[in-house]
Design a protein around this ligand. Structure first.
Ligand code: NAD
Length: 502
């Protein structure tokens, strides 16, 4: 055991409850490297109380001071980004370059949040009626909470808390218990940046902690990112308890390849987007819907590239793909290779026999696999695999590809590969998916746009960060005001009619 990870409440470490802990693994060695406290209602209650106590002071802190704190946090984050990436890689397993990319994308949301004074400007209308002005102001909600998944332990929390805190809210983060350490470094950096105690808190835990947050009367809003079944549960439970909620769920992202596409670009993209982070990305390409006439050619190009992929520990510079997050998850992902073949697919590349460079045999390894001739009824197509398995679905033409994507219950990301601008334009219009790439396989929006899917990939109506994030973390108040000169009262006296403007 190398570490014990505990909560961060009111600006300091907070342990408990006694005897309820989870193991933290190094996925490349398969060994337990630490333990994490799993909060119950008492720890969650303490975190919410600390956030509630900090709220009045933070809400009333001037925008200039809030922004100065954000800028200091941004600089500390930049200075510590390698440290943060190393923590992510050690507990998640992803390679260091990928972990650095995750930190960089989170940092972009902090950059965005530094512009909060502009984003919080309301509107003002002079003389909506004679001598009457009307204006709107955006106010924070209070204590807001973020519940996040294992696959981006730094970036996904940073989709949420920089914007929430910039808007004047206080925050309770419940990160994934599988890779909890990144969130504590973020908490320490906030403290060093001068954020008042209690504005940012972290409670670790599992369902018990989540339920305590969802039911707590002093939590005003919940942002969730994770799998679809849990997103649906969080959405319903939080709404039932009167909270504002956005819950981003799972994905099954299709890459459509038309016959006129640049097939080398398509093959590079399918391999990068399918196997980056071992396929444990909600924007990973999972299904390649390729028009039959170019399917064999594309498969050959993908196969060549996959054979050259270097799989190994995340902290080894040679590695391009690391292990999976847990043994159970690795076994579950591998089971789709068997069920796929049983249900009629062809195993074109078998990741179970891919060489692993320098990894311990007990590590949670599974190399990149490709299933060909996958059909929409197979479980490897219907279910989210969330691992390094690319499914090739052969289609007759563009229309069949679009039907396939639109019939799929998920709608997170998709991409089309073509050199036909008209087809691409039609695709962006017709496709029922929240984030669309055109010759771009992982179309993750920049921080100043919003991130979110459609259908079963998002419950609620606001996406993360961008102006939708500001909208989610604020509520609008509209003031109608009359100031008259002393002694110059408006005429009319008592009038029980509905107010009209004039
Ligand atoms: P998960 O749903 O298992 O866990 C997410 C969070 O919910 C964690 O904090 C976890 O502790 C908590 N949780 C787990 N089980 C729970 C339960 N029964 N009740 C209450 N809370 C529970 O997801 P994961 O395995 O950590 O992450 C992978 C999933 O997240 C994939 O489905 C992936 O597509 C999805 N994801 C989606 C996006 C997106 O933007 N749409 C981004 C990243 C990941």
């Amino acid at each position: 055991m190398s570490e014990h990870v505990t909560h961060w409440i009111g600006g300091r470490a907070h342990e408990g409850p006694a005897g309820r802990t989870g193991d933290i693994y190094n996925p490349a060695s398969g060994q337990v490297t630490g333990t994490v406290d799993l909060a119950g209602p008492d720890e969650v209650g303490a975190a919410v109380a600390a956030a509630a106590a900090a709220f009045p002071g933070w809400r009333d802190t001037s925008l200039s001071r809030r922004v100065q704190t954000l800028f200091r946090f941004r600089e500390l984050l930049r200075a510590n980004s390698d440290r943060l990436a190393a923590l992510v890689s050690a507990e998640h397993g992803k390679v260091l370059s990928d972990a650095r990319g995750e930190v960089a994308r989170g940092l972009e949301v902090v950059d965005f949040a530094c512009g909060i004074p502009h984003l919080l400007k309301g509107g003002y209308s002079e003389n909506v009626s004679t001598g009457v002005d009307s204006y709107s102001i955006l106010q924070p909600l209070g204590v807001v909470s973020g519940i996040t998944p294992f696959n981006f332990p730094a970036m996904v929390p940073m989709w949420m808390f920089p914007v929430a805190i910039a808007c004047g809210n206080t925050f309770v983060l419940k990160p994934s218990e599988k890779d909890p350490s990144a969130s504590l470094l973020l908490a320490e950096l906030w403290a060093e940046a001068g954020l008042p105690d209690g504005v940012f808190n972290v409670v670790h835990g599992d369902r018990e902690a989540v339920d305590a947050l969802l039911e707590h009367p002093d939590v005003a809003a919940v942002s969730f990112v994770g799998s679809t079944p849990i997103a649906g549960y969080v959405y319903r439970t939080a709404a039932e308890h009167g909270k504002r909620v956005q819950a981003l769920g799972g994905a099954k992202n299709h890459m459509v390849v038309l016959p006129d596409a640049d097939l080398d670009l398509a093959a590079d993209s399918a391999v990068s987007a399918g196997f980056g982070s071992a396929g444990e990305r909600c924007m990973a390409i999972s299904a390649v819907a390729v028009v039959e006439s170019v399917a064999d050619d594309l498969l050959e190009r993908i196969r060549e590239r996959v054979a050259r992929l270097r799989v190994g520990p995340g902290d080894d510079d040679r590695s391009e793909m690391g292990p999976l997050v847990t043994r159970e998850h690795r076994d579950r992902v591998a089971s789709y290779l068997e069920s796929g073949v049983r249900e009629g697919a062809t195993l074109a590349v078998d990741g179970r026999i891919h060489p692993v460079l320098g990894g311990a045999p007990e590590g949670f390894w599974l190399g990149p696999s490709v299933l060909d001739h996958v059909g929409p009824r197979m479980s490897c197509y219907r279910e989210e695999i969330f691992g390094p398995v690319l499914s090739m679905v052969r289609v007759g033409d563009y229309d069949e590809a679009v039907r396939l994507v639109n019939d799929n219950p998920y709608g997170n990301g998709t991409a089309i590969f073509t050199n036909d601008g008209g087809a691409a334009r039609r695709f962006q219009n017709e496709i029922e998916v929240g984030m669309v790439g055109i010759n771009v396989p992982v179309p993750v929006p920049m921080a100043y746009y919003s991130f979110g899917g459609w259908k079963q990939s998002l419950f609620g109506d606001s996406h993360a960060h961008g102006t939708e994030g500001v909208h989610f973390y604020t509520r609008t108040k509209t003031v109608t005001a009359r100031w008259t000169d002393p002694g110059k009262r408006p005429e009319g006296g008592v009038n029980l009619g509905f107010p009209t403007n004039g």
